[in-house]
Design a protein around this ligand. Structure first.
Ligand SMILES: [Zn+2]
Length: 200
């Protein structure tokens, strides 16, 4: 599988549509390889399993294109949100911010999301992997955001020190933090204060 370099020790494998498989982030730590989302394309675990270093996986949310390969990769530790745990039935649940030191600081954090309950993100240096957390959800056949969840999400994202946000399935995987926050604020500003949902 082709690994695309993002920065020193930081790579990703691009998402695919057939099979539907999310972008897979890879950080080469001193002790572990840190994998953000394990994808669903079967070639991902095949290439990851060839790497000798022990591997930890951080799973952004429960959708199959992000965690479908969980049973196929050799992993030391799995970190995920509480709702994802219900589907994965394994791993350590992240309820609060957690910091690891593995050559660089690895910050794993809960991320309020309209798209998927129990989403988490991973921040390393200038880069924050967000999975699909900034996307909308569908209600009654229409795309929408939960207004209060979106407000919380924007607050969490603003607090991150990363300069770039990495969002799955996006044609441009690495994007400036300000650009993403501006887009989300524009959506939030469209809310009707009498409604819980923002229809887009
Ligand atoms: Zn998703």
């Amino acid at each position: 599988m082709e690994r695309i370099k993002i920065a020193e020790r930081l790579f990703y494998i691009k998402a695919s549509e057939n099979p539907l498989s999310a972008d897979v982030g890879i950080f080469e730590g001193d002790k572990f390889m840190w994998i953000f989302d394990i994808g669903a394309d079967e070639s991902v675990p095949i290439s990851l399993n060839k790497i000798q270093k022990p591997k930890n996986a951080v799973i952004s949310h429960f959708h199959p294109d992000h965690m479908g390969n969980l049973g196929h990769a050799e992993l030391e530790n799995i970190y995920l949100g509480g709702n994802t745990f219900k589907y994965a039935k394994c791993g350590t649940v992240i309820e609060d911010d957690v910091l690891f030191d593995d050559g660089e600081k690895i910050h794993i954090f809960p991320l309020p999301s309209s798209h998927a309950k129990g989403s988490i993100g991973m921040e390393i240096g200038d880069y924050a992997f967000l999975g699909d957390a900034t996307y909308s959800t569908m209600k009654q056949g229409r795309a929408c955001y939960n207004a209060s969840v979106l407000k919380e999400e924007i607050a969490v994202l603003k607090n991150l020190s990363a300069k770039f946000f990495l969002i799955s399935h996006d044609e441009k995987f690495v994007r400036p933090k300000e650009e993403i926050i501006a887009e989300l604020e524009e959506i939030y500003n469209k809310r009707d204060p009498k409604e819980s949902f923002i229809w887009i």
